[in-house]
Design a protein around this ligand. Structure first.
Ligand SMILES: [Zn+2]
Length: 339
């Protein structure tokens, strides 16, 4: 059943998977993608590569989406050049502008405020953008949700929620989602605020999903800062739809084990992907290889959901006892959740 979220955004239900997993077909400004989806994020925090080569790699591999931070664009020494690269990327790919709250938090920069954020929302030609937030501050996220959403009605505004405990995070997300009931809101939560263990995070995502579906069946749940392939699969089974992280240019991902390796260990995994065999330079090969990995991994995850597959998707990654425990945990979510 096609439905519109307002502006240039359309969301429709595509497939129902096992547990709480699902596929949504989302179109923003004519760019269509299916969930679960991974957005490669570029952040100046802990970065050893400048944005230029990272944007080039994402474009060269033909990856369909990219996330940049409003804080980083605002503070870029070569802002015009960066905006040029983002404009070029946006002609084909979906560009997501993050709020900058994460970078301001890590840099302890109290000068970052709504005015600078607003300037960037109006400057960067993003298809989707996050609402203004401050890490850990639920009240600011809730209070700025409407103001942020009003800045670019033609784009999709993703409301970031915070809470100083998983329970508070769920309450904050529910409060925002209720306001936008019927308009299929995008709700984002930080991975770190969902809990301290994988089990707690899965339970939090179940509760979030239950509350969001209660307000609007087509509300979309985005887990920010989640780039672990294993966690992304489990969170998808628990009901999350979109993920982003900057892991893809920090360490090498081994597709066999799904573990992260040191940057100079790429040669040890014997990969023959396009990037590993044709890209020049170690940095380009590593980031190209990782982008290729996320592309094919999320394709496989969506295929698994389409056939209503479950934890066999992660066969060989855990021992049987852990698989059985995770299966029980995910079934419990279905028992009290929206399933
Ligand atoms: Zn490779």
């Amino acid at each position: 059943m096609p439905d519109r979220a307002g502006g240039g955004v359309a969301i429709r239900y595509w497939r129902r998977g096992k547990y709480e997993a699902r596929q949504l077909a989302i179109t923003v400004n004519g760019k269509k993608f299916h969930t679960p989806a991974y957005l490669p994020s570029i952040s100046s925090i802990f970065a050893r590569i400048t944005p230029g080569p990272l944007i080039d790699a994402v474009a060269q591999i033909g990856y369909p989406s990219l996330l940049v931070s409003a804080y980083d664009v605002y503070h870029a020494s070569d802002r015009d050049r960066l905006l040029g690269l983002l404009n070029d990327y946006r002609r084909k790919g979906l560009l997501f502008l993050d709020s900058g709250g994460f970078e301001a938090h890590w840099r302890r920069d109290g000068s970052w405020g709504f005015d600078q954020y607003e300037e960037m929302v109006n400057t960067v030609p993003a298809d989707m953008y996050a609402s203004f937030d401050k890490v850990g501050d639920a009240a600011i996220s809730i209070n700025s949700a409407d103001l942020s959403r009003g800045l670019r009605p033609e784009a999709a505004c993703v409301s970031i929620c915070h809470g100083d405990s998983p329970q508070k995070l769920v309450e904050s997300a529910y409060e925002i989602a209720k306001r936008y009931q019927g308009s299929h809101p995008f709700i984002a939560v930080p991975d770190k605020e969902c809990g301290t263990t994988l089990t707690e995070k899965i339970s939090t995502i179940h509760r979030l999903k239950e509350k969001l579906v209660d307000t609007d069946a087509l509300s979309c749940l985005h887990v920010m800062g989640c780039g672990s392939p294993i966690a992304a699969a489990l969170f998808s089974f628990a009901g999350a739809d979109i993920f982003d992280s900057s892991d893809w240019y920090r360490r090498v991902i081994d597709a066999q084990t799904m573990r992260h390796l040191d940057y100079d260990h790429l040669e040890l995994i014997g990969c023959e992907c396009t990037a590993c065999t044709t890209f020049q330079g170690e940095d380009a090969r590593v980031i190209g290889h990782n982008i290729n990995f996320y592309k094919s991994y999320f394709d496989s995850l969506r295929s698994n959901i389409q056939i209503r597959g479950g934890l066999e998707f992660l066969t060989g990654k855990f021992d049987d006892r852990s698989i059985a425990r995770l299966d029980e945990l995910l079934k419990e979510g279905v028992a009290y959740g929206s399933g």
